[in-house]
Design a protein around this ligand. Structure first.
Ligand code: ATP
Length: 309
């Protein structure tokens, strides 16, 4: 794989002295979907804005497709599409005109067939003559994507693409992103919805306080930090965990009816067989067993909490 975006030791200090990026280095591979997670104010938008040439870096460098985003910003911008967090559409302009205009801004020749293709892909073709003010919030978000794609970028940045969007439309967006990836577009998205990263990202980066805490393949991340929980429902509630089970990582539900056993998914031995024997020996009778895996959300929260501590 080749890197299409290379970020080296990127720093940004806003006027007033706030250090929003503290030396971020990152390579983004061509064709991948990278999700950037991080709490409010972590620096995600600042990072995206700097890569897109909207904010000037205070130090370090970024190249996109080999073009430096400061020294060679025109060529860098040509390959970048940006879907901003805020909806910034002109209320009286027709959908098709706003999308065509975006293409023109990059000096690309008129290509009505391509514009039709992206509007159809985003289910906007029947709205092409509607003014932005006549569209729902979700449709406006689609128009922003169409605008960002109008000049055929190879790298698409989506800054919280599904903020405030209903569940159904969110899933539609995920499909759109998957289709774009299939067409060879590299996608970087920021999101607060961890299930979004879990559903569509190839890699996940976690940013907190201007630093990249980690960047890793999603599946490897889930396997590395993942814990499994075995829920053991008891026939009769118990008031406390029997002393003979004190060596196990067990928690008892408030109603005393369920024991939760936490174990490492990487461990060669889970200890479950022995635990079940010991539970029986302690006189507890099982009613049911369920296993659950920790979600990316739990992993993320524990990482950011460690950072804050
Ligand atoms: N123009 C600016 N001037 C001064 N400080 C700024 C400016 N823009 C952003 N900041 C500060 O930089 C920090 C990072 O902001 P940024 O918007 O990059 O965070 P974010 O991770 O995108 O947050 P969110 O998830 O809330 O969108 C915040 O503390 C913010 O207040």
């Amino acid at each position: 794989m080749t890197a299409i975006v290379e970020i080296r030791n990127l720093r940004k200090t806003y006027a007033g002295g706030f250090e929003a990026l503290k030396g971020v280095s990152l390579k983004i591979e061509e064709g991948e979907i990278l999700a950037l997670l991080g709490p409010n104010g972590a620096g995600k938008t600042t990072l995206i804005s700097t890569i897109c040439g909207i904010t000037n870096p205070g130090g370090g460098s970024v190249t996109v497709n080999g073009h430096d985003v400061v020294a060679d910003y025109r060529n860098a911008r040509r390959v970048i599409g940006l879907v901003p967090q805020e909806i910034n559409l002109e209320p009286f302009t027709k959908v098709i005109d706003t999308v065509k205009f975006s293409r023109g801004l990059f000096g690309k020749p008129r290509d009505d067939a391509y514009i039709e293709k992206i509007l159809r892909q985003l289910s906007l073709w029947d709205k092409k003559d509607s003014r932005s003010m006549e569209l729902s919030g979700g449709m406006k978000r689609r128009v922003l994507i169409a605008k960002a794609l109008a000049h055929e970028p190879r790298v698409l940045f989506l800054d919280e693409p599904t903020a405030g969007v209903d569940v159904e439309l969110r899933k539609d967006m995920w499909e759109i992103v998957a289709e774009l990836k299939a067409n060879g577009v590299t996608i970087i998205l920021t999101t607060h919805y961890i299930e979004e990263a879990e559903a569509i990202a190839d890699r996940v980066g976690v940013i907190s306080k201007g630093e990249l805490l980690l960047i890793e393949e999603k599946d490897a991340l889930m396997a590395r930090f993942g814990q499994k929980h075995l829920q053991i429902d008891l026939q009769d509630p118990t008031s406390e965990i029997p002393k003979s089970l004190s060596d196990y990582d067990l928690t008892l539900s408030d109603d005393g009816g369920c024991l939760q056993y936490n174990y490492d998914t990487r461990g060669e031995r889970t200890g479950i067989t022995q635990l079940l024997n010991d539970i029986a020996a302690a006189g507890l009778v099982l009613r049911d067993l369920r296993t659950e895996e920790s979600s990316l959300e739990e992993i993320f929260v524990s990482l950011v909490r460690e950072e804050v501590a």
